[in-house]
Design a protein around this ligand. Structure first.
Ligand code: TXA
Ligand code: MG
Length: 319
């Protein structure tokens, strides 16, 4: 099992040695490697069991330190970086030659981000290389929002997990690219579409391609909680599936029904930001129960509600 600790110097020495570690961010925990060391990056794909065509996000503590790895930055991207970094926003920009092809899966763009997490920022400040980090879950599974989640899923394969507490955003970063100079959201996440549009005007949203070669990780069958999950009306679906042990996942609503053995409200006060931060741990909690079917309520189609609905749809796709 991995050691879980608060020792930033120790985390840095693993990274300097070409080893990979669990790294906290405000969105989800990452599986971190020196992005300029192709051998270290290869370990990330191996540990995650991730198809190598899926590119990784490159993290640092400032745009200045990421500059050598990009070849151009549109004005709109600069505005987004100024407004939302450090924060849950990833920018896809034309890459420079300094970044190994393995990181970008051979694409001519690179995804970059400055995370908003105290110990991650301190670590990133103290190193002179950027960090490639996907979410620290096996490919296709729910992303980890605590050090223990990383331990549970990947602890046998890595040496160290830097403990940064619970992730305050709890959903992955919003990914924005500028294909043909049109700002486009490739993944809904911790910064809402409304916030982005308030900064740079109308954007396109292209999140549902099952195999978009530009963002292969947007595969629809992601975030599997390993229990069948359906989205829809509680009363109707509870009636229909009453012979199963049902888990209900709602924003704030409660329902009494003999078939419902567990229910989780993502936010008692109906706050979508709080709901987002609880989503992945809620899916994991169901997994630890005898629930045979999760029925999830659709969130309001605004703010982070959209990102939550996106993750619920991906979690339900295979079922
Ligand atoms: O919040 C986050 O973004 C977390 C933390 C650790 O920073 N990271 C994360 O990484 O969610 P990952 O690997 O699970 O998801 C990154 C997504 C993938 O779907 C990948 O396809 C997309 O970013 N991506 C990476 N580079 C890209 C590029 N050059 N063009 C388009 N999409 C890219
Ligand atoms: Mg991921």
């Amino acid at each position: 099992m991995a050691e879980i600790g608060f020792d930033i110097s120790k985390a840095i020495s693993f990274l300097q040695n070409g080893d990979i570690i669990g790294l906290p961010t405000e969105t989800v925990y990452g599986l971190a490697a020196n992005a300029t060391n192709a051998t270290a990056v290869a370990k990330v794909f191996e540990v995650k069991n991730r198809p190598s065509f899926d590119p990784l996000i490159v993290h640092s503590n400032s745009l200045e330190k990421l500059n050598p790895f990009i070849s151009d930055i549109p004005e709109a991207a600069l505005q987004l970086a100024r407004n939302f970094w450090p924060g849950p926003l990833t920018l896809v920009l034309p890459k420079s030659d300094s970044i190994p092809d393995l990181v970008t899966s051979g694409l001519n763009t690179v995804a970059i981000r400055v995370p908003d997490h105290k110990s991650a920022l301190e670590l990133l400040e103290r190193i002179d290389f950027p960090i490639a980090a996907p979410s620290a879950n096996p490919f296709g599974y729910v992303s980890p929002t605590s050090a223990q989640h990383v331990q549970d899923q990947l602890g046998a394969k890595i040496s160290y997990i830097l403990d940064g507490g619970l992730c305050k955003v709890g959903l992955e970063s919003t990914i924005v690219g500028f294909h043909g100079n049109i700002p486009t959201i490739y993944r809904l996440g911790g910064i809402s579409q409304e916030e982005i549009e308030a900064t740079i005007g109308t954007v396109e949203v292209k999140v549902n391609q099952a195999s978009n070669p530009r963002a292969p990780g947007m595969l629809q069958s992601h975030y599997s909680p390993q229990i069948p999950l359906i989205i829809g009306d509680f009363d109707e679906l509870t009636m229909k599936y009453h012979s199963k042990k049902i888990g209900l996942l709602s924003l704030s609503r409660e329902l009494n029904h003999p078939a419902v053995t567990h229910q989780i409200q993502l936010s008692h006060k109906g706050d979508l930001v709080e709901a987002a931060s609880n989503l992945f741990s809620a899916l994991r909690k169901f997994k630890a129960t005898d629930v045979e079917l999760i029925i999830a309520e659709r969130m309001p189609d605004k703010g982070l509600g959209r990102a939550i609905n996106d993750r619920l749809e991906r979690a339900s796709f295979k079922n």
